[in-house]
Design a protein around this ligand. Structure first.
Ligand code: GLA
Length: 443
């Protein structure tokens, strides 16, 4: 990480040549771009695995891997540069890319990604500096938005470091206006960690907003570490902690404006405060499933050039991705959370439901799932299950096979009736079972 330079941010807004006085003034309101976020965004970001150690070769190799691994076809279309791509501002205050890391320049990189069917994401910050102390956008919002548009950028993640004295609604609205004014549809991903409850005010401002602090590659809470003076060190949040923070916010999410519980750590490992962290295959599956159930952005954060077949199978599961990308865009609800078992439902298009049980405990749990005991009446979406009347076909999403039905033909005196069918399944420790329920048409 670079040391913060004492850069004095220019406060003047300098528009590129060609912007005439008749055109809307920078202060004019521009609505956010429509239809770039009808479903939660999918892609890859450099931060979780590479931090600021990024360069052109890595990004091109990642782009190539996204194509050859079938990830672009699976819907992962954004390739996002996080913190650390920046060079200095030029004399007029326009931001430059770091030409040592990106010798061909950002426009050439955008062209390369576009030729592969990908879109380029970039990162900045509402304060004077980014979190890794590169130049922030404060006072340069319009210049930056115009520069991104000129480069062919498609996505902006906008962070909140060094922004102590800035009004969040004003700062994010200013950048939304600048992106609108710059004239290129750009996805606006707000990243102020939920500090100012963006879910209450940002539906008109951004396409997604972070609801929590940063994620780390751990299923359960990361132990606290201390510095030499005995002060607790900052630590990222675990998957389970983030779920607790994001779960109550479901009514704020929907097409065009998503809760963002942070980027995925599936397949990632690394040092956190000197301790080695990694998730098991079961934990990765649970993490991915819950992000899909919560209609979260699916932004991969692992090294795609060394990905294992197990990780690839998780992130490429089309049926699970379809749960995340369902056009209704309803964030799932947690029906039950007891004895370490979380039961989640998500209403889907066409009367379908996604259902999962995640086992956060240390022992495998054999379950007899009695659908009649899991009736859902979701006041937020207006959707209800009807397990006593409707027969649902049950599809096991992770196994990719049918798991029978919720009702079956009775036997003996009940042979003319449909009777409840129990689903027997064992949920392994830290693992998940996930199903898609589809109503069977009655004759
Ligand atoms: C913040 C964000 C992270 C990442 C880093 C980059 O911590 O929350 O997602 O973008 O900054 O410095």
């Amino acid at each position: 990480m670079r040391k913060c330079l004492l850069l004095i941010a220019l406060t003047a807004i300098i528009l590129p040549t060609g912007v005439s006085a008749q055109q809307p003034r920078p202060s004019a309101d521009f609505p956010k771009w429509e239809h770039v976020a009808d479903t939660p965004q999918m892609g890859w970001s450099s931060w979780n695995c590479f931090a600021t150690n990024i360069n052109e070769d890595l990004i091109k190799a990642t782009a190539d891997a996204m194509v050859s691994l079938g990830l672009v076809d699976a819907g992962y279309i954004y390739l996002n540069l996080d913190d650390g791509w920046h060079g200095e501002r030029d004399k007029k205050g326009f931001i430059q890319e770091d030409r040592t890391k990106f010798p061909s320049g950002m426009k050439a990189l955008a062209d390369y990604l576009h030729s592969k069917g990908l879109k380029l994401g970039i990162y900045s910050d509402a304060g004077d500096f980014t979190c890794a102390c590169y130049a922030g956008s404060n006072g340069h919002e319009y210049q930056d938005a115009f520069t991104y548009a000129e480069w062919g950028v498609d996505y902006l993640k906008y962070d909140w470091c060094y922004a102590e004295n800035i009004n969040p609604i004003g700062a994010y609205t200013l950048m939304r206006n600048a992106l609108g004014r710059a004239g290129r549809p750009i996805f606006f991903s707000m990243c102020e960690w939920g500090s100012n409850k963006p879910w209450e005010w940002a539906a008109e401002v951004g396409h997604s907003w972070r609801t929590t602090g940063d994620i780390g590659p751990s299923f359960g809470p990361i132990p606290v570490s201390y510095d030499e003076d005995g002060n607790p060190l900052w630590k990222p949040l675990s998957v389970l902690e983030i779920i607790e923070l994001n779960e109550p916010l479901r009514e704020y999410a929907g097409p065009g404006h998503w809760n963002d519980p942070d980027m995925l750590e599936v397949g990632n490992k690394g040092m956190v405060n000197g301790k080695w962290m990694a998730m098991t295959e079961a934990e990765n599956r649970s993490h991915f499933t819950l992000w899909c159930m919560m209609a979260a952005p699916l932004i991969l954060g692992n090294d795609l050039t060394t990905i294992t077949p197990e990780t690839l199978a998780i992130i490429k599961n089309k049926e699970m991705i379809a749960v995340d990308q369902d056009p209704l865009g309803i964030q799932g609800l947690r029906l039950k959370n007891e004895n370490g078992l979380q039961y989640w439902f998500k209403p889907l298009e066409g009367g379908d439901w996604a259902f999962c049980v995640m086992n956060t405990g240390e022992a495998d749990v054999p379950l007899s799932i009695d659908w009649q005991e899991l009736e859902v009446n979701d006041r937020f979406s207006g959707r209800k299950t009807s397990f006593s009347k409707v027969n649902y076909a049950v599809r096991d999403i992770w196994k990719g096979v049918s798991a029978g039905n919720t009702l079956v033909k009775g036997k003996g005196s009940k042979r003319k009736q449909m009777v409840p069918k129990v689903l027997n399944v064992t949920v392994a420790s830290h693992d998940v079972v996930a199903y898609r329920l589809t109503p069977v048409p009655t004759k």
